[in-house]
Design a protein around this ligand. Structure first.
Ligand code: HEM
Length: 265
């Protein structure tokens, strides 16, 4: 019988033919900058996929009390976030007029509809049930987001880990409703102050979580500035007020307890 198994090549391993056929500009011509716009969004979606994969790993490693490896994974996450922030520089080489040359062809499409971005927010605790309804029932996006909505967050895995490390995390927080946003807790803040003062290993872990929080805020800040310089205060294609709405999402911490203790250290 003939061997029909093709040898692995660079092209077939990476599914290059499919990958390179996935960019379809909608403008007539097509407008030169639309390809960049598509590719950069596709690259972001791939990074989002990788981040979600790594968040799951951080959760699993904390649950297995492997804090050193969890820190190692957080370092990788932060490196990806830095690349994601830096990538906005590329899109900022597109002028407002270049964007306008094809913007109308986007119709109501918007980053608002990125389920993976919402999954990232959910994995880190910034959950909002209303986001689910924006995706069709039984779609991949809706199912994935619903699963994240009901799953414990990275913060929950961290609190449970601290409890197993011997810290007096209140039982109400260990069994809290994981679909709700984590609220600041004076008890957790006291624990964190103790960690920072006496426990180098776990203080390092806290610092990586602060890096992660700051990294996502940095992306939000750079994205809103890019939006402002590209479309000013015009409304977004997704139906929001645009830069004004995005500005409300900047500066809200994911892990408020880690920020609130800084002045006490
Ligand atoms: C010229 C470039 C861009 C412009 C003008 C722009 C504009 C906007 C606007 C106005 C919104 C608010 C929602 C709306 O009404 O549409 C938004 C949301 C969003 N955009 Fe962009 N965007 C750009 C590039 C990008 C890129 C490269 C990404 C990477 C994936 C991205 C991801 C997102 C996400 C995830 C949201 C939702 C944010 C949230 O709700 O907190 N955008 N964008």
């Amino acid at each position: 019988m003939a061997d029909t198994t093709a040898a692995v090549t660079y092209g077939n391993y990476l599914r290059l033919e499919e990958l390179l056929s996935l960019q379809h500009p909608r403008s007539e011509g097509a407008e030169h900058d639309e390809l960049l716009f598509i590719i950069i969004h596709q690259v972001y979606e791939l990074w989002f996929k990788e981040l979600l994969h790594e968040f799951d790993r951080v959760g699993n490693l904390l649950t297995a009390d492997e804090s050193h490896r969890a820190q190692h994974t957080l370092k990788r996450i932060l490196t990806i976030l830095k690349v994601m922030v830096a990538q906005l520089d590329i899109l900022e080489t597109m002028t407002p007029l270049e964007f306008l040359s094809f913007r109308a062809r986007l119709e109501a499409a918007s980053g608002f509809q990125s389920d993976q971005f919402r999954q990232i927010e959910f994995a880190l605790g910034a959950k909002n049930e209303r986001a689910l309804a924006r995706f069709p029932e039984h779609s991949r996006a809706r199912d994935a987001l619903t699963k994240r909505y009901h799953a414990p967050t990275v913060w929950d895995a961290f609190l449970r880990y601290l409890s197993r490390e011997g810290y007096p995390v209140p039982a109400s927080l260990l069994s809290r409703d994981v679909t709700a946003q984590p609220q600041p807790s004076p008890e957790v803040q006291q624990i964190l102050v103790d960690v920072y003062r006496r426990d180098v290993k776990n203080a390092e872990l806290c610092e990586r979580l602060v890096d992660l929080d700051e990294g996502l805020q940095e992306w939000r800040y750079r994205h809103v500035k890019m939006v402002e310089r590209t479309i000013g205060m015009k409304p977004g294609t997704g139906g929001s007020s645009g830069a004004a709405y995005l500005a409300t999402t900047v500066g809200t911490p994911l892990f408020p307890d880690l920020w609130q203790i800084r002045g006490r250290l």
